[in-house]
Design a protein around this ligand. Structure first.
Ligand SMILES: *Cc1c(COP(=O)(O)O)cnc(C)c1O
Length: 827
């Protein structure tokens, strides 16, 4: 059924209809997060980089039936000979002028149905931590519903609010904005009773004309609150709150405020503070000492005091606070296992997100969940564990370890290999190292279960050097390039050389989720590895050897054919079966003079292709020699025109349409008018914009980090390292770090050419780089063994580093050796 109507003028009938008639329980905006096809309503949202309409067909195939969309013509699978009815016979479509606005209106209306009081939190930093802590601190008194992770955006807030149900007694939601006018919308959705304004950064934020404007915008969240909690010492916030006449509850270290902080002192890893509130003094101890945590803790203290929680009780609750993991990451563990440690809280929405992350990992086939009792306020136990069992089933978990008395009671709900333990101690008592092997293990436990003890049991001591790969940044970069393509232009992504050193099937898998059209590897082995890890996208192999064609057929890999000789090898390997078709890609040499057919080869090529009907040319392409440099623009144009001429001739002679492509990453930015049928994205995906003009629009994907092994003082006149090249003219402090040229830290970085960062300070190398380590001059700096060292990343870009030794980022990335552990994470 297809209906076109506005989701305006909502009534309680609309909600009832959505829930009862269409059975909708879940709102979905990101196709990768699909867990409940039948009961989800998908909002196809058009963003600056991505377009939800692109995923509708895929979601339909996976069982989703209810869609809100803006324009059915934006579904790529719709064309002049397929209609909506033919493609989606069972779907309901609700067409609206703006899907995001519809989502926001729906959830604002949903929120109105509940009278529960709600905290809204905004500010430049600390939103997520204050939200998580406040929820921990108030959970003895309240049944809390809160934003999952950092869901605080124009989409995240609606999804957060949709979780509210009858059983909750308190909501805690965070709100973040990047542009004027956004906060008003979030205010309508959250409808807060109280507010917390954590702080405001100095940075002159993009999207706002001034810091004052930013504060004013943020305050729109609080226009109807009963009380706003903030630190009076933030003068700009205080001035704006006063001017806006918002009722305040303040704390301060310097001046009169509702809560006056009198003293504060650090002892070990605790911070003790003395405060005055309503004519009485009190003491609390925070289990943290850093500035940011103390500020976050003080906001929470103010809230607890205002709620008249007794000081002794506050003290006990504070000591149980735990740090908040801001991202999900994979760590290597014993026996070829990988760990995803997400043990700081355990509720349904968090579990669903973490399971999704687990399911998307392809390092091991087997997926294991170690799960404690859930602390989910809103649902009766039986319903809750029914839903947990459902999530476990949907995410195709292979093995379950349940820990805790409650989950153990619900054992019959789970239908998979399983073990149950009454407590973490019980699990550890029975823990056998060898019973976990080659599996990816998600640890999801509520704080009280102290899963960090389990993490320790699983963790391996790893070589101190890791390459951290930010999967969200990679997707951001993918979407940056995608946004530049015409709707029908296909996207091929180069994952050769272990995806430019970043991984291989991990990256390919992500690209498959994001529905790129083609992948390309350099060698057959690389392609086989992808197939063995479940990659089903078409894969082109650029350099197939004559012996590898059998394997290419077996794994459905598509060779690049670049010469008459390799064409013959391909033909020789064809099976006798006439119905077998071999897909091939023709490489044309238009000026790079590496591989490829030239004009002169074409006649012979046509003759062979005509004689062997089993061969299907699916694409033809050429490579630009100088797309990254404007200096070569004329030559690039010449290559493009040669390419157009050659491909025109080939298509005419073969008599069928063939995909044509010539642009690499730099080409996509520089020659958008020559996208042809497909483009080939490489280095840009990994965060380097090769023309240099759009570097700021890309995000950094990988950071290479290592650790300090030892720090020592070397007397004047001594030397450091091989060949005595590092000379200490005066006494020097030297740090030895765990990376050398065998890890990919080029020998040319020795003797001060390389600059790395420790605790935010730039330090030079001293002496020659050794095979497994190298030395740094850290004289006068505070550095100790165990400190983390950034080789490249936030402070030092790949491009800068490459320039120092006269190479290019491509070489640095692909040189990172395979013994360096890759850690993939999502924010
Ligand atoms: C590596 C490669 C690309 C990608 O180049 P980038 O500069 O990394 O975007 C494109 N086409 C061919 C043939 C390649 O070998």
């Amino acid at each position: 059924m297809i209906r076109f109507e506005e989701l305006a003028g909502l009534t309680s009938g609309t909600l009832l209809q959505l829930k009862q008639e269409y059975g909708i329980q879940h709102l979905l905006t990101d196709s990768r997060r699909l867990a409940h096809p039948v009961s989800s309503l998908f909002f196809a949202i058009k963003g600056p980089f991505n377009d939800g309409h692109r995923y509708i067909f895929n979601l339909y195939q996976r069982g989703v039936r209810q869609f809100v969309l803006e324009d059915y013509l934006a579904i790529p699978e719709i064309n002049h000979n397929t209609t909506l009815q033919q493609l989606f016979p069972e779907a309901n479509f609700l067409q609206v002028s703006n899907s995001l606005a519809a989502l926001q209106r729906l959830t604002a209306y949903y929120r109105q149905q509940f009278s529960l009081p709600v905290f809204a939190i905004t500010g430049s930093n600390g939103k997520t931590i204050v939200k998580e802590w406040l929820s921990q601190l108030l959970s003895p008194d309240e049944r809390v519903v809160k934003s999952p992770r950092s869901y605080n955006s124009q989409i995240g807030v609606p999804l957060s609010v949709w979780q509210i149900n009858q059983n909750h007694t308190l909501g805690i939601f965070e709100a973040g904005i990047s542009r004027p006018s956004e906060m008003e919308k979030l205010e309508k959705i959250i409808q807060p009773t109280w507010g917390i304004f954590t702080n405001i950064g100095q940075a002159h934020a993009e999207g706002f004309v001034s810091r004052e404007q930013k504060i004013e915008e943020k305050l729109k969240l609080f226009k109807n609150v009963k009380q706003l909690f903030y630190c009076r010492d933030h003068a700009a916030i205080h001035a704006a709150v006063t001017a806006a006449q918002i009722p305040a509850f303040t704390w301060s270290r310097k001046q009169t405020a509702d809560v006056r902080i009198l003293t504060g002192s650090v002892r070990g890893n605790q911070y003790t503070l003395e405060f005055a509130y309503q004519n009485q003094n009190g003491l609390v101890v925070l289990p943290f000492t850093d500035e940011a945590s103390i500020e976050n803790g003080l906001h929470c203290l103010a809230v607890l005091l205002s709620r008249q929680v007794p000081v002794s009780e506050i003290q006990q609750r504070f000591l149980k606070l735990s740090p908040v993991a801001m991202r999900l990451e994979m760590k290597e563990a014993i026996n070829g296992c990988y760990l995803i440690d997400d043990s700081y809280n355990n509720d349904l929405s968090g579990l669903s997100i973490a399971l999704n992350f687990l399911q998307n990992q392809t390092r091991t086939k087997k997926k294991t969940l170690i799960l404690s009792d859930l602390l989910e306020a809103g649902l009766p136990e039986a319903v809750l564990y029914q839903q947990v069992a459902e999530l476990v089933r949907i995410h195709r978990i292979d093995r379950l370890v349940g820990i805790g008395p409650v989950i153990s009671q619900h054992q019959p709900l789970f239908h998979l290999p399983q073990e149950f333990y009454s407590s973490t101690a019980e699990f550890l008592k029975n823990f056998k190292n060898e019973s976990f092997r080659n599996e990816t293990i998600l640890l999801k436990g509520a704080r009280v279960f102290e899963f960090e003890k389990i993490v320790a049991a699983f963790q391996q001591k790893i070589h101190g050097t890791v390459l951290e790969v930010n999967l969200d940044a990679l997707v951001h970069n993918l979407n940056f390039y995608r946004a530049r393509l015409a709707p029908k232009t296909k996207l091929m992504v180069m994952v050769k050389a272990f995806a430019y050193g970043s991984g291989s099937y991990e990256i390919a898998n992500l690209l498959q989720y994001h529905r790129v059209d083609y992948l390309t590897v350099a060698y057959t082995d690389e392609g086989i590895l992808l197939r063995e890890h479940g990659i089903s996208l078409p894969i082109m192999v650029m350099n197939p050897s004559a012996e590898s064609f059998g394997k290419l057929q077996q794994y459905q890999l598509e060779p690049e054919i670049y010469s008459l000789e390799i064409l013959e090898a391909c033909i020789q390997a064809l099976p006798d079966d006439e119905s077998y078709h071999q897909k091939i890609h023709l490489k044309l040499d238009t000026g790079m003079h590496r591989l490829g057919f030239t004009e002169n080869d074409l006649e012979a090529l046509f003759t062979r292709l005509a004689a062997v009907p089993q061969l299907r040319v699916v694409s033809m392409f050429s490579h630009l020699a100088g797309a990254d440099e404007a200096l070569h623009n004329d030559f690039s144009q010449l290559q493009i025109s040669r390419f157009r001429a050659m491909t025109g001739q080939i298509e005419q002679r073969l008599g069928y349409a063939i995909i044509k492509h010539i642009l690499n990453s730099a080409g996509i930015v520089r020659f958008p008018e020559h996208q042809l049928d497909m483009v080939r994205l490489g280095i840009g995906l990994y965060g380097v914009e090769a023309t240099g003009s759009e570097q700021d629009a890309l995000r950094m994907v990988s950071q290479l980090k290592t650790t300090v092994s030892q720090v020592k003082v070397v007397a004047a006149g001594e030397t450091v390292g091989y060949s005595r090249r590092g000379i200490a003219r005066e006494p020097k402090q030297i740090a030895t770090i765990a990376i050398g040229y065998a890890d990919g830290y080029d020998r040319r970085f020795g003797n001060g050419v390389g600059q790395v960062f420790i605790n935010g300070q730039q330090v030079p190398t001293i002496g020659n780089i050794c095979m497994d380590m190298c030395m740094l001059d850290v004289t006068g700096l505070s550095v100790k063994a165990g400190d983390s060292v950034e080789i490249f990343g936030k402070n030092s870009t790949l491009t800068d580093m490459a320039q120092r030794i006269g190479t290019i980022p491509y070489e640095l990335l692909t040189n990172i050796s395979s013994r360096v552990k890759r850690v993939f994470y999502s924010e």
